[in-house]
Design a protein around this ligand. Structure first.
Ligand code: SAH
Ligand code: SF4
Length: 341
């Protein structure tokens, strides 16, 4: 929903001020999927708004549901015919859902282990297209009578958020605006492949929103191979930005590390990671998420469970706090790094 367009439309029609709040409430909080459902509006207004200020900028192509019911993946068509994917996840038992949004169709970073990276970049999403992925799932829960509510949004779908900074920033404002989606800032997390200037800006603009950094290797040679953007922003630069981020926000930072068998999962890699954390200071604010690699059509293999446990133990011996992240949605190709058009 383009809230500004809606506001302009209402104003041009000379509608009273409270109408805007009334509609935003119905769309962002209650998941109304058409103006016809907002029965508190006068009928002529309901009819006029449909074409003048559409509620969603994207349409559903299909939804897949994982066997365990804890992950659902939607393929969504954009107005220009491109498609993106957005995922609904239940990380813990209970009634809280997380939405994983895409910020670009494709991605220019080209991490070698990621399906999205293989596509290259098609285009940036608008802030409306980013927010509408959350609205889509809100409407879906209601329509399918799935119990629970959306409490968290993670920017971990397709694309690099800091390559599309302005639109991501605008979407964050919409999702955390009490008059619109009203999510708690701490319940929103953005994941970056390590664009140092983006991290600096983000620390200034959104000190309360969570940040995850996809590190994957803590020596420059290996990291440049896996995450090519490391060439432009090598570890020394990244460490400086992370240090500034921690100083400024005093917030917990998540380091994402996908374990690739025989590539970045040896004890020496764990030691390099621990020394990176020491370099940025404030190790108590850093939490390492070890990710088991989700298969994509690339020449990598996931580390064994035993190897992952050993890697975790080695990091813990260095005093780091570490989790091995559970993978939801692998059976529907909806897990991290498996999203494609
Ligand atoms: N583009 C952003 C956010 C999206 S990806 C980023 O890279 O941070 C979310 C996480 O999944 C990142 O840490 C990413 O590196 C990781 N990832 C990518 N491909 C993966 C795969 N095949 N298996 C597991 N994790 C993967
Ligand atoms: Fe892009 Fe993230 Fe995939 Fe890397 S892991 S190619 S940054 S989406």
């Amino acid at each position: 929903m383009d809230a500004e367009r809606l506001a302009r439309t209402l104003q041009a029609r000379g509608e009273p001020k409270f109408r805007l709040a009334q509609i935003l409430e119905a769309v962002y909080k209650r998941g109304a999927s058409s103006y016809a459902e907002i029965t508190s509006l006068p009928a002529p207004l309901r009819e006029a708004l449909g074409p003048a200020a559409p509620i969603l900028s994207l349409t559903e192509r299909r939804v897949l549901v994982s066997k365990d019911g804890r992950a659902r993946k939607a393929a969504l068509a954009l107005a220009d015919g491109l498609a993106i994917e957005a995922v609904l996840l239940k990380p813990k038992p209970g009634d809280a859902w997380s939405v994983c949004v895409s910020v670009q169709a494709g991605c220019a970073v080209g991490c070698t282990f990621c399906a999205t990276g293989l596509m290259g970049l098609r285009r940036d999403l608008t802030s409306e297209e980013i927010v509408d992925q959350v609205l889509f799932w809100l409407q879906y829960l209601r329509r399918e009578k799935v119990p629970g509510r959306i409490t968290n949004v993670v920017y971990m779908g397709m694309g690099e958020p800091f390559h599309n900074y302005e639109n991501v920033a605008e979407s964050l404002r919409a999702l955390t605006d009490p008059a619109r989606a009203g999510l708690a800032q701490r319940h929103v997390a953005v994941s970056t492949s390590g664009l140092a200037p983006g991290i600096d800006r983000f620390a200034d603009d959104f000190p309360q929103v969570s940040l995850a950094l996809s590190l994957h290797a803590a020596n420059d040679e290996l990291r440049t191979k896996l995450v090519p953007v490391n060439k432009a922003y090598p570890l020394a630069k990244l460490a400086a930005s992370v240090r500034k981020y921690l100083d400024k926000t005093n917030r917990r930072l998540f380091l994402e590390y996908v374990l690739l068998s025989g590539e970045n999962d040896a004890p020496k890699h764990a030691d390099e990671l621990a020394s990176f954390v020491r370099r940025v200071g404030k190790p108590h604010l850093v939490h390492v998420n070890l990710i088991v690699w989700n298969p994509t059509r690339t020449a990598h293999a996931p580390s064994s469970a035993a190897n992952a446990r050993a890697f975790k133990a080695r990091l813990e011996e260095s005093g780091l706090s570490v989790t091995i992240r559970k993978n939801l949605g692998q059976d529907i190709q909806g897990a991290c790094g498996q999203l494609i058009q």
